[in-house]
Design a protein around this ligand. Structure first.
Ligand code: GLA
Length: 729
């Protein structure tokens, strides 16, 4: 039993293999948060709450003479705005009389076998015997507003999920102004918070700082989770390292605008809340209607970041990714974007495919430019009709020729967008989100389609499904190349315009769900100008995400390093591109580009038809090597061995098989020196008592992990290595 309820103490204890989470129904039904951390059995940790009369800390009215019970500093399970908790809150409701307050008190609970699902929203899944659900029902007795708090426990994976449903059980309308997915209170402020910020072509850089008094937040108003901040954060002990210390990871299973906020209060206690960004959000609730927040997923580890990351990686692989491609080996691909940009025709694509086939590459992906009048990024989005003049034939014919070479074929689409210069815009100008009377904000010369409208989603879906029905397409790259602004829907009343962001996500998720269920054989890779929508929500539909438009191997070291804290290598879209690199101008060895791309889904994105023989030989070997190591890379445990932010002159990582028999140890030397110091990297995850072969040498696991490996002196800039390490029988 993973969920315990003690009737005497009114304490709920949720247990996973290595963690526990506790809350208590206190006086008058106030739901207090008591604990999250190392696994404990049933007990009542409410004695840790300081009960004292504190100035300017009000008390619920029922307490009358007892001035020691205050929502102003008691830890809360789901903090309500307007009733005396002034900290970052979870729920803010404007009632029909204009007052802004909601006072949720405990009513009842239900425990169910299996993990809950959410209508229309992505959520973790588990086999019935692996998961359990707790639903806590709360009510505001003054207005009849109800609340259901959902907790999903996947015991064996140390996963606890949360979501909330707000139900108008009253007789008058109400407006939800803020509805967070999770709240986590700590009774101290001895915490760092780690988050991942960035920009287009430089996503998920790691930042670590102390939590501070007052509120500190990251988030996105862009309608996507964004390049700028990722909806995955870690709170940890300031001493926490890769290998030791308490840490709490929290992520949203949502791809739209979000907020993650910490607050250290006046008594040095810390709160973390996470959910939909409240800034552009309102939701009108008529009597009987409900609003469902997206899901948040939380994992605790007492053993540092590596263990936390491994738990998130397993959570993604076992409880989030779906469909055949979640487990099947994915093809090594060639994408024509950096090879040709818009400048291609059918013959050019065939030349690239022929060259690719010779090298062992298994799929050609035709990127932007094959549809409508799309020879640049000024036109054509929305016109999902094949440009047969450009291709010199039909798409079906092209796919057949590629299939004839023994290769799979995939295409790029950007279904959520519309160019002003498109037939779609000329027919349906109000399908584009634009605020009437304002010219609006244009980006990459395109507008965003109003996916909050079902008929818009259906219209685009019909066009794209028609192509998928006719042509043997086995892969789709689903892109999204601007941030949303101009939030306005031509069909929603003024009081509901604040609902667009969330309704948009429901429209997008419905389309994606239809796509994956109708075409389960298609491998979906999502993308938003690279990694602008790299989140657990998108991973529910697409097992891989193009990690960044930056294909520079050296900058990728940071991008991929940051990404691995929350996301598995099997989800990280990564390609070898040409040098000088198109984004940075940097020159790196071909082997180094492959070393970095192999810490991801692995593919190529350069003109293979113009390679010399030596380059062809190298690539052939790389493709073969990646296929041989596929299971180790994609199913093994991933270890970050040195940080791109540290002093070390090498960035190193390793993949270790679950049975510790095999390891692939990789890295890049990031700095050349004259008269160089020795660079030693310590391996992780091996069996200390086993003996391993590295090249010609044999070492004990202990020697490799506690002593380390001395790297050879680099002979050229950005030299990389990939060492196979195998246990000696
Ligand atoms: C985005 C993607 C690129 C490429 C272009 C095509 O920028 O991230 O990989 O597909 O769009 O326009």
């Amino acid at each position: 039993m993973a969920i315990l309820f003690n009737h005497e103490t009114q304490v709920f204890t949720l247990q996973t293999l290595n963690s526990a989470y506790q809350m208590k129904v206190a006086e008058y039904g106030v739901l207090l948060h008591l604990y999250y951390g190392r696994r404990i059995d049933d007990c009542d940790l409410s004695y840790l709450i300081q009960r004292t009369d504190r100035g300017f800390c009000g008390n619920p009215y029922e307490m009358r003479q007892d001035r020691t019970f205050s929502l102003d500093y008691f830890p809360q399970e789901y903090s309500c705005f307007g009733i005396g908790d002034y900290r970052a809150d979870c729920v803010k409701i404007i009632n029909a009389d204009g007052s802004c307050a909601v006072d949720y008190r405990y009513r009842s609970y239900q425990i169910k076998k299996g993990k809950y699902t959410l209508d229309g929203l992505p959520a973790l899944y588990a086999e019935e015997e692996q998961g359990e659900t707790l639903i806590i029902e709360m009510e505001d007795h003054h207005t009849g507003m109800k609340l259901e708090l959902y907790y999903g426990i996947i015991e064996g994976s140390d996963v606890i999920t949360r979501a909330a449903k707000i139900i108008n059980g009253g007789e008058r309308e109400a407006v939800v102004k803020r509805a967070m997915s999770m709240c986590l209170d700590f009774n101290h402020d001895n915490l760092d918070w780690v988050h991942f910020y960035g920009k287009h072509t430089m996503e998920r850089e790691l930042e670590r700082s102390r939590v501070i008094h007052g509120r500190q937040s990251i988030g996105s108003e862009r309608g996507t989770s964004s390049h700028q901040h990722n909806p995955f954060v870690i709170l940890c002990d300031p001493m926490c390292t890769e290998d030791s210390g308490d840490c709490y990871g929290a992520g949203l299973v949502y791809s739209g605008s979000f907020l993650a906020e910490t607050e250290v209060d006046q008594f040095h206690q810390t709160r973390l809340v996470m959910g939909i960004s409240p800034d552009q959000f309102t939701w009108m609730l008529n009597p009987g209607e409900s609003f469902q927040t997206p899901e948040a997923v939380m994992i605790y580890s007492g053993n540092g970041f590596t263990d936390l990351s491994h738990k998130f990686h397993r959570m993604v692989s076992s409880h989030l990714l779906r469909g055949p491609w979640a487990r099947k080996r994915r093809p090594v691909l060639i994408n024509n974007w950096e090879a040709t940009y818009f400048n291609f025709n059918g013959e050019k694509l065939i030349h690239i495919a022929e060259a690719a086939k010779e090298l062992g590459i298994e799929m050609l992906v035709l990127d932007d430019g094959w549809f409508g009048k799309r020879d640049s990024d000024y036109t054509g989005l929305g016109d999902w009709e094949v440009n047969e003049t450009k291709l010199g034939g039909t798409l079906k014919g092209l796919a057949e020729r590629i299939n004839g070479l023994g290769m799979k074929f995939g295409i790029w689409v950007e279904p959520e967008m519309i160019s002003e210069d498109s037939n779609l815009y000329r027919c349906h100008p109000n399908w584009a989100m634009r605020i009437p009377g304002r010219p609006g904000n244009i980006a990459r010369n395109q507008f965003v389609l109003d996916f909050s409208r079902p008929e818009v989603v259906d219209g685009i879906q019909d066009m794209i499904f028609k192509i998928l029905d006719e042509v043997n397409i086995e892969y789709i790259k689903w892109d999204f190349n601007r941030s949303i602004s101009n939030y306005f829907s031509a069909v929603l009343p003024s009081g509901r315009q604040g609902e667009i962001g969330y309704r948009y996500m429901l429209g997008l998720y419905r389309f994606l769900e239809n796509l994956v269920s109708r075409y389960p054989h298609i491998l979906l890779e999502s993308c938003s100008g690279g990694g602008g929508r790299f989140d657990f929500g998108m991973l529910y539909y697409s097992p891989q995400i193009w990690c960044s438009d930056n294909t520079d191997a050296v900058e990728r070291l940071k991008i991929q390093y940051g990404t691995t804290f929350g996301y598995p290598v099997s989800s990280i879209g990564s390609h070898v591109s040409a040098t000088p690199n198109h984004q940075t101008g940097r020159i790196t060895p071909l082997e180094t580009r492959a070393t970095v791309a192999m810490a991801g889904t692995f593919g190529y994105e350069l003109d293979l038809s113009i390679l010399n023989d030596e380059e062809k030989e190298i690539i052939k070997r790389q493709v073969k090597e990646y296929k041989e190591h596929y299971n180790l890379i994609n199913r093994g445990d991933y270890y970050r061995l040195s940080s791109p932010y540290g002093k070390c002159r090498a960035v190193a990582w390793a993949f270790v098989s679950p049975d510790q028999e095999e390891c692939l140890f990789c890295g890049v030397m990031t700095c050349l020196q004259s008269n160089p110091d020795g660079t030693i990297i310590k391996l992780k995850g091996l069996n200390p008592k086993k003996t391993y072969q590295v090249g010609e040498q044999v070492y004990t696991g202990e020697a490799l992990m506690y002593g380390g490996i001395l790297l050879p002196v680099p002979k050229e800039e950005y030299q990389s290595w990939r060492y196979e390490i195998k246990a000696v029988k």
